[in-house]
Design a protein around this ligand. Sequence first.
Ligand code: ADP
Length: 448
Amino acid sequence: MFKKILIANRGEIAVRIIRACQELDIKTVAIYSEADENALYTSIADECYCIGPPQASKSYLNLDMIVHVAKKTGAEAIHPGYGFLSENLEFAKACENNGIVFIGPPSEAIDAMGSKINAKKIMKNANVPVLPGREEPIEDPEEVVEIAEEIGYPVIIKASAGGGGMGMAVAYNKQELKEVVESTKSIAQSAFGDSTVFIEKYLENPRHIEIQVLGDKYGNVVHLGDRECSIQRRHQKLIEEAPSPIMTEELRKKMGDAAISAAKAINYYSAGTVEFLYDNGEFYFLEMNTRVQVEHPITEIITGVDIVKEQIKIAYGEKLPFKQEDIVIRGHAMECRINAEDPVNDFVPTPGVIKHYRSPGGPGIRIDSGVYAGAEIPPYYDSLISKFISYGNDRDEAIARMKRALSEYIIIGLTTNIPFHRAVMDELDFKNGNISTHYIEEHSEYLK
Ligand code: ADP
């Protein structure tokens, strides 16, 4: 096994990866920006190095510096976590070129899924269902109107290089379409440095359901079941659960097979997620995330598979220790993302210092966090404080435990979205599993 790994990330996911390394008896190297000097993960790593000022572009995105630290410290592999450089082709290549193992998929797979247009094209060819649209960049404003009429309004215009819920806009008619093509192009250019946009059918009330896959370097791929991630604000997830409340054995088999075909189509290995939109009994490929996801713990709980440890073992060259038939789904798990944000004020970020902190426990609770009393949530990065995870024999028990544990959770010093999560756990549609990607907008009055 590797003797030393560098973690090219911060916050709770850095803590999560260090824990996996400790359990595998691997030494860890942490990197941090000046804003994270006192972060929890720096204190539990074996070594840590400051790599620059707070701005991510000068620290966590500085790939030359990170590779330099890995070489200097003798780290044999780099785990990129999620966000930052985790889906950056240049970074994966820089690792390869410097003899460092990138704990993730082959760089060709990152490249293939990095463009949404390209990803859709590959999936269509692999017989994975995709939404009606055109897997080509929009160039001619007249042609796009024809395509929209063919597939029927509403349509969505999306940045091919988009991510984090940005660079998407819906059009309900010809007039709106012309406007959103222009506006999305310019947002795509300024946010992602690439103005390529494409068109597809917009589903008005879908569910977001995704499949976790794991593959090794010998062509073996299994799926670890589904996660429902429909509770979103600004196209970003806030609550996830596994399995989806609407999942059946039959649907899971179909979606699982589609996800495995998707992974095999790009010779995938490591952990990855194939995201689908589900509507009226049908599902459609949305995108594939070529990294570990924020919500991976709920899958770990219902399958008993430690996804981060598997990523490390796969990167080292081990074979998957199980086959599809060995994967058994047991119970129900739920994750609330506890963020420093104000749920009654449009979820605006509320960075600051945590003055007092009390973390709950008891049956069926797992908390993945990177904070402690006195820790700071800096304004430069995402506002995640912790991932609050509950599980039970069934969905009702997972919800009851979540509700109980949320009421024990004390964070003083900054505004958090805990009251929002507590309100959701009590809301009837949520309790009945009656949710879609518009759940928050539709229940905004109740949830305030
Ligand atoms: P990102 O890469 O920015 O996360 P995704 O393509 O994963 O973007 O989409 C994020 C969310 O946007 C989805 O979970 C869904 O809520 C919404 N969305 C994206 N495409 C569509 C579509 N064609 N119809 C309806 N909703 C969509």
